[in-house]
Every structure is written in structure tokens, then in C-alpha cells.
Ligand binder design. Structure first.
Ligand code: SF4
Length: 703
């Protein structure tokens, strides 16, 4: 009998922002098994279906990109080349374009799944050395409205609370989110807390009934786009019933008088009518929030992915501020991060409008600090293109080349036709990815194979500011390399070698940590060695003996100039493209339980496909009936941007007048007809630049 030896590693799940801890067992044949890490304070040994099957994505290399491939012109096929040939060409093209058209003619589009070290290097490369701020990320599609609202209301893009606050709260308002499917381990903690404490109240705001609404005491099945009206009405109710914290408002906030005037301008009855909910339910929400010792609001894409996303965020955060329920155990506004390292990306300034360590791009002193640290003359002042702007700039020729890392914009960006035209029009497209399933690969002039989860080391920061270390457990297949290695090799080919010479990834983390020193997100007390030895830490961690910081603003001193949080008075009208006679239904998009993003990883796991294996359209029975649509019928969903063809799923879990498409399907598996972003509009929030994914006017017809 042969003895199978096992080696055990600790790491972190690479799917969602919950950031669950994992223990991975590797046997002497290289087979992997995963289980939840019981010592991880956030996930406490739990994993959801995606996490439990993550190792299959690492062991099945059938779709992996194994060596660099390049085409010499658009009419030639991709051909295998060496790393040197590929990167020499990339550097030559980038240098030529920069010389001829300036540094803003090139850009990088990266991902909330990149590790912090990867994010750091790509930011340093383009902002410090190429001389452009053209670096944006798919986190723009996910978190940027929350980032702006936190920064403006609290003074910093900082989630104030921890998962441990869940067990300390007695009222939750979950807005535009389905954590039961999209943040499952947070939901399990919430569910267990409610089961032990039946008096805990859960309020959910969502036009759909979901697994999350199944534990709700109150479900506001609102008309899409009316969120601000609802939160302002709750605010009015709290003021009328004297459930606000007058001392907190007077001593620690500003803007209340104007807010009060605004919310008093609409009666609760009027608000209920606009939202399509009962006025009595609004009073119940007022009662639950008003009497709670600990009140947590949780939100995700229903608020963020909107043309009025920042204002929706303000209107919800206001409820914590007027009740003084922030900076206390079990209280605070808690944005649920979509991706595993959207937070880490922001730490290094990984958006075209930010600088490292939450420094301000507009601030000359901040730009100088970063430039001095990197040893470069300057960091450019002009903000770079944001995600959607970048592809528009490629389409109309203002940008010439793009380097896409770990993301599949052809499926994930709104109004997909623009992305197709942009990639066709670009002079040079580099795709750095792990999988040949990414739709964007077919538009690449240069394809670079990257190492995946378990094949490289680095760090990520989850939704509660918890930094964790990811171990390298297996070697990447073929010639695939860790993303930092690819980027540093490219930097050397560009002539920036002296500043991109690292002996290992831990030195990159140390450099990033040094740049945070003295800031409010100081992680200079952390290193790979400390994270490996001691586990995870929540920032700030300013010294090597600091235990980290579970809760912010406990002294009620906010990070604004006058230390007061700002209560913003925002208009409540929705600015999405309204339904018309031709397009009378409102399309909203979202995730399903067992798939992730554009399915390049989860789509190859047999067990995950058992849940839902194809795209579908949720439609209310009344809307189906007038269109003569029966369950399972093929239907065409159309508007002026495009079409989608899928089968109908008739259900009264969706509000009448609203239809739902899952966001995951693209051209892979020959299912281009299910790409939800054929239909989403080009509208974006004017401040956060986050797209309006949750509201498109469409028509549905039987096919
Ligand atoms: Fe991974 Fe998120 Fe599931 Fe945790 S909840 S196992 S981080 S997908």
C-alpha cells in the first residue's frame, strides 16, 4: 500500500470580498483538497459552494494559457513566441506610441482579483514611470460609488466595521444585495445570529424576492431606482418620531438642517406610492431602526451600479449618521465588497482617479510624496480614463493600446458593442490572463499566460479591511508566470529596470507598506512574514506589534477636515433611461449562486454547473401572460443597444414590470445570445463613473 503524504497550506479564497480563510491539503501526487480555516476570524471555518470547489479550477488546466502567443498583424493567427519576443514587442510598441502620441495613449485595465502586490506594481509602472494615470479596474464597475460616498461622508474610503459587529447588532437593513448567494458566509453569520436572537430585525430592499428576503422581517420590493425616496422617507420617520441622536448630530456631523428640510418635503405616504411599497412598512422600518442598539446597513450592487449610485449611498449612510449608529459595537454602514481584493486595489491607489494609500490625486503634496518615494520627477495630475471611458477612448482613437489583466471586459462592461469596437480599433491589445475561455483573448495581439490562485504568493484585503496572505501551493502550468513577474519583466524592457528589481514578492509588499506609513490605512506594521506567522490583520496596523483595528471612528472623530461626518442632501429622482412604449419593462442584472463573474473559472467546474447551467430571464406571470410567454419559452429581450435570447423563467419572485438576467454568460460555450451587457446602457454615475447596470428599459417577446 502506497503512503500518500500530505502537505497543508493556509490561504484565502479568491472569489468574493468576504475573503474566507482556507486550508489546502496537497498530496504527493499534487492533488488538492480545500476546507474552511477554523482559525480565520472572518469565515470561522466556513466556505460556500464556490470556495469549496475552488481547487478544481487549479487542478483542471485544460483551458489554461500555457505560453505567450503573438500575432504580427490582425490578419495573422496567434503564434507561440518566447517571453522575450513577446515582451520586447510590447515594449517596442508602447515606446513608439508614447513617443508619438504621449503617455495617455496607452493604459492598463486590471481587476479586483489582482493581488495587492500586482496592483502596486502596475500602478507604479504607469503612474510613476510611463507618466499617465490610465490605470483602471473592474472594481470601477463594482465599488466606486461606495468609495466616493465613504470618502465624502466620512472623510476616507474606510469601511467602519467588522464581521464581528454582525453578532452585536439587532437591526440590519440590506439594500440592493443578495448576500445569501453573493456573500454567503456573511449571510450565514447573519442567519445564525437571527436564529439565536429572533428579536433581531432584518429589513431587505430589493425588487426581487431572493434567498436573502426569506429571513427578512420586512421586504421592500421597491420599484427600481426609488431607493433614495425610501431611505429619505425612513429618515423623515426617524426625525418625526424622535428616533435620532441629536447630540451626535450636533457634535459630530454637518448638513442635518438641509437634510431635514429635504426629507420633510415629501410625506411618507407619497414616498410609499413612488416606491411601490406600503407606508405602514416604512413606519415599521423606522420603528426597528429607531429602537435598535446596534444598526448595520449592508449594501452591494443595487445601490452602487447606478447612474445615481453615489447619491443612493449617501441616502443610506445618512440613516447611520442621524441615529448616531456608527463607531459603536454592532453599528455602521457596511458596503459589501464584490471582489476579493477590491479593497487592496484601492490601498495602492488602483483607480485612475486615486493615488497610493488613499492619497488624493488632486493634492500636489500627495503627488510629490508618491513621486519622491518612487524616485521619479512627478506623478501626473490629470486623472486617467475610467473603465468605460478607457474603452470609449480606444474606440475613437484617443487611446491606442491597452493591457488587460485578469478581467474579461467583453462580457463584463456595459453596452458590449462599444467594447468590441474598441478592441477592434485598438492598435495593440495585450491580454494577460490564466484562461483561454476569456472572450477578450480573441482580440489580443499579445497573449501572456499568468499564474492563477495557489500558483503565486501575495496578499488581499477583504470587505472588513482584513489583510491576508495567499500561499503558493503548486507551480503554474507551462510557461505561465506570476503577474508581478510579467509586469517587472516588461518594466525592465521599457528601461525602468532599476526600480523594478525585486528579489521576491515580499519586497514589493514592504515597499507598498512603507508608502502607507503615517496614513490612515497604515500597514507598515505588516509584512509577508508576519502575515504568514500570525494570520490576518485589519488595517490600520501601524507598528509591528499592533493587533490591527477592528472598528473605526470609535471616538466619533471622522477623517474630514473638521472631523465631522457630512450628511448629504441629495435629489431623489432616478436618472436612468426611463421605460417607453416600445421598451416598457425594466431590466435588472445580477449574480447567481454558483457562478462567478464571466465564468472563466466557475464555468469549468461540473459541480457548480449543477445549480443553474444556462442563462434565463426572470419575468413576472402577468408580464409573461400579456406576451403569450409560457415557462421555458425562448424569448428575445431587446432595446436600442442590442438583443439577448434566452429561455423564460416565469416567477412571482420578481416585481411586475421588472425582468432579471444573470450577468455571467458571454460568448463562451457558444452562448453569446445570453450576454446581459448587450442591453445595458452607457449611463454612468457622474462622480463615481460606475455604470447603470441595474436599470435598462427593454421589451420582451416570445421568440
Ligand atoms: Fe469564497 Fe466568498 Fe464563498 Fe467565502 S463566501 S468561500 S470568499 S466565494
Amino acid at each position: 500500500m502506497s503512503l500518500i503524504k500530505q502537505k497543508t497550506y493556509k490561504t484565502t479564497c479568491s472569489y468574493c470580498g468576504v475573503g474566507c480563510g482556507m486550508v489546502v491539503h496537497k498530496d504527493n501526487k499534487g492533488n488538492l483538497k480545500v476546507e474552511g480555516d477554523p482559525e480565520h476570524p472572518g469565515s470561522q471555518g466556513m466556505l460556500c459552494s464556490k470556495g469549496m470547489n475552488l481547487h478544481y479550477t487549479a487542478m483542471d488546466t485544460s483551458d489554461r494559457l500555457l505560453h505567450p502567443e503573438m500575432r504580427w498583424n490582425r490578419n495573422s493567427p496567434l503564434q507561440r513566441v518566447s517571453w522575450d519576443t513577446g515582451l520586447d514587442r510590447a515594449a517596442a510598441v508602447f515606446k513608439t506610441l508614447i513617443n508619438k502620441h504621449g503617455p495617455d495613449s496607452v493604459g492598463f485595465y486590471v481587476s479586483g482579483q489582482c493581488l495587492t502586490e500586482e496592483y502596486y506594481i502596475v500602478n507604479k509602472l504607469i503612474k510613476g514611470f510611463i507618466g499617465s494615470n490610465n490605470i483602471d479596474t473592474n472594481s470601477r464597475l463594482c465599488m466606486s460609488s461606495a468609495v466616493v460616498a465613504y470618502k465624502m461622508a466620512l472623510g476616507e474610503d474606510s469601511v467602519p466595521i467588522s464581521y464581528e459587529d454582525i453578532e452585536l447588532a439587532d437591526c440590519f437593513l440590506i439594500a440592493g444585495a443578495n448576500p445569501a448567494w453573493c456573500h454567503p458566509i456573511i449571510f450565514r453569520r447573519l442567519e445564525a445570529h437571527k436564529a439565536k436572537n429572533p428579536d433581531v430585525k432584518i429589513i431587505v430592499v430589493d425588487p426581487r424576492k431572493t434567498q436573502t428576503t426569506s429571513i427578512a422581517d420586512l421586504h421592500f420590493q421597491i420599484n427600481p431606482g426609488t431607493d433614495i425616496v425610501l431611505y429619505n422617507a425612513i429618515g423623515r420617520g426617524l426625525i418625526e418620531r424622535d428616533k435620532i441622536d441629536a447630540d451626535f448630530i450636533a457634535n459630530h456631523t454637518e448638513g442635518f438642517n438641509s437634510y431635514r428640510q429635504m426629507v420633510m418635503g415629501r410625506t411618507i405616504k407619497e414616498a410609499a406610492k413612488i416606491c411601490g411599497v406600503k407606508a405602514d412598512d416604512i413606519y415599521w422600518a423606522v420603528e426597528y431602526i429607531g429602537r435598535a442598539e446596534g444598526f448595520i446597513s449592508m449594501w452591494a450592487m443595487g445601490l452602487n451600479q447606478s447612474v445615481i449610485g453615489v447619491n443612493k449611498n449617501f441616502s443610506l449612510i445618512n440613516l447611520s449618521l442621524i441615529t448616531g449608529k456608527i463607531g459603536k459595537p454592532g453599528s455602521g454602514p457596511f458596503s459589501l465588497t464584490g471582489q476579493p481584493n477590491a479593497m487592496g486595489g484601492r490601498e495602492v491607489g488602483g483607480l485612475s482617479t486615486m493615488l497610493a494609500a488613499h492619497r488624493d490625486l488632486k493634492n500636489p503634496q500627495h503627488r510629490k510624496e508618491v513621486a519622491d518615494y518612487w524616485g521619479v520627477p512627478a506623478v501626473p495630475e490629470k486623472p486617467g480614463y475610467t473603465a468605460t471611458e478607457m474603452f470609449e477612448a480606444l474606440r475613437d482613437g484617443r487611446m491606442k493600446a491597452i493591457w488587460i489583466i485578469c478581467t474579461n471586459p467583453l462580457v463584463s462592461l456595459p453596452n458590449s458593442q462599444v467594447v468590441e469596437e474598441a478592441l477592434q480599433n485598438a492598435k495593440f491589445v495585450v491580454v494577460q490572463d490564466i484562461s483561454n475561455r476569456a472572450d477578450t483573448v480573441k482580440y489580443a495581439d499579445l497573449v501572456l499566460p499568468a499564474a492563477a490562485w495557489a500558483e503565486k504568493t501575495g496578499t488581499m484585503t477583504n470587505s472588513e479591511r482584513r489583510v491576508s496572505y495567499l500561499n503558493k501551493i503548486i507551480d503554474p502550468p507551462g510557461e505561465a508566470l506570476p503577474d508581478v513577474e510579467i509586469l517587472c519583466r516588461f518594466a525592465k524592457k521599457m528601461g525602468f529596470g532599476n526600480s523594478f528589481n525585486y528579489e521576491d514578492v515580499s519586497q514589493i509588499y514592504d515597499e507598498h507598506a512603507g508608502l502607507t506609513k503615517g496614513t490612515r490605512i497604515d500597514v507598515s506594521g505588516l509584512s509577508h512574514a508576519r502575515l504568514k506567522e500570525k494570520g490576518t490583520f485589519q488595517w490600520p496596523v501601524p507598528t509591528s506589534d499592533s493587533p490591527g483595528t477592528p472598528r473605526l471612528f470609535t471616538d466619533h472623530q471622522f477623517y474630514t477636515t473638521n472631523k465631522r461626518a457630512t450628511i448629504y442632501t441629495v435629489p431623489d429622482e432616478n436618472l436612468s433611461e426611463p421605460p417607453t412604449e416600445d421598451y416598457p419593462l425594466i431590466l435588472t442584472t445580477g449574480r447567481i449562486r454558483d457562478q462567478w463573474h464571466t465564468m472563466t473559472k466557475t464555468g469549468k467546474v461540473y459541480k457548480l454547473k449543477q445549480h443553474i447551467d444556462r442563462p434565463f430571464l426572470e419575468i413576472h406571470p402577468a408580464d409573461a401572460k400579456v406576451r403569450n410567454i409560457a415557462e421555458g419559452n425562448p424569448v428575445v429581450i431587446s432595446n436600442r443597444y442590442g438583443q439577448v435570447q434566452v429561455n423564460a423563467k416565469i416567477t412571482d419572485t420578481i416585481k411586475k414590470g421588472v425582468v432579471f438576467l444573470p450577468m455571467h454568460w458571454g460568448k463562451i460555450l457558444n452562448q453569446s445570445k445570453g450576454r446581459a451587457n448587450n442591453l445595458t446602457t452607457p449611463l454612468i454615475d457622474p462622480v463615481s463613473k460606475e455604470p447603470d447596470f441595474k436599470f435598462s428599459a427593454v421589451q420582451v417577446e416570445k421568440y
